[in-house]
Design a protein around this ligand. Sequence first.
Ligand SMILES: [Zn+2]
Ligand SMILES: [Zn+2]
Length: 126
Amino acid sequence: MNEYTGGCLCGNIRYKLTGEPIFPHSCSCHMCQRWSGAPIVGWVDFSRASLIFDGPGGYPTLNRTSKTTQRGFCPICGSGICALDDGSEEISITIGTLDNPNLIVPQSQSFPESAPSWFDCTRQGG
Ligand SMILES: [Zn+2]
Ligand SMILES: [Zn+2]
């Protein structure tokens, strides 16, 4: 079975994922840009049941960023870790926080029209 590990910049939040990655994609919507400070964010979904937060900080701090979505971050270093849609069995994890971000490749790009004009989207699956 596939296993993926990752965590935040400071090591307070650590996670372990098993199973199949679902819908790996990148997103350059304005919310993702403001949330991350980056022009684009890589996301991948996993079953919530397959995710364990096993770092010293336990679960990321959750912040409601839209009517139906919460985003999780490390309360110490601020790394953006995850997003949870209300009622979903899945959790979205930022590909950039994987210990090896090469393992999961975005297959599509959401909101390419919102990316900064200087950002080259041509390799993002869009
Ligand atoms: Zn941290
Ligand atoms: Zn987005």
